[in-house]
Design a protein around this ligand. Structure first.
Ligand code: FES
Ligand code: FES
Length: 154
């Protein structure tokens, strides 16, 4: 069945089964490959996108369940008011190592700062807890979130 999805401000059509996870529809049908497959069971955060501004694990969202909600992916962060600050902080601090988890990390960090512009360490821990990094870039991720929020990094 054809589903029309609102992705990064564009109406895009995908012909998939309704229970196809959004991650697959984005990557395989629409060619939007920023969201990554890591675990497929909501345990790593690599697939994180925003749905109406909320960070969601796209491997767990059936395509039929999205409806008219606004999907935002890492591809749109360079023009997102908060996302571009986050990306700049990530580059300033050379956060990425292999890079695989980083789209998901940036999507979760951006959602946090959009809601909580000056997060505490506890806020950061809570918001980022579901995003796993096999390269253990956690210290730089925390520093970059602090920098993007205009707070002291240490
Ligand atoms: S691929 Fe979705 S949480 Fe790991
Ligand atoms: S940078 Fe390699 S998994 Fe996070």
């Amino acid at each position: 069945m054809a589903y029309t999805l609102n992705v990064n401000g564009k109406a895009l059509s995908a012909d998939v089964d309704g229970d196809t996870p959004l991650l697959w529809t984005l990557r395989d049908s629409l060619g939007i490959t920023g969201p990554k497959f890591g675990c497929g069971v909501a345990a790593c955060g690599a697939c994180t996108v925003h749905i109406d501004g909320q960070p969601m694990r796209s491997c767990q969202v059936p395509t039929a369940g999205v409806g008219a909600a606004k999907i935002t992916t890492i591809e749109a962060m360079s023009t997102h008011a908060v996302g571009k600050k986050v990306q700049q902080a990530w580059m300033d601090l050379d956060v990425a190592q292999c890079g695989y988890c980083q789209p998901g990390q940036i999507m979760s960090a951006t959602a946090l700062l959009a809601k909580t512009p000056k997060p505490t360490d506890a806020d950061i821990d809570k918001a980022m807890a579901g995003n796993i990094c096999r390269c253990a870039t956690y210290v730089r991720i925390r520093a970059a979130i602090k920098r993007a929020s205009g707070q002291k990094e240490a």
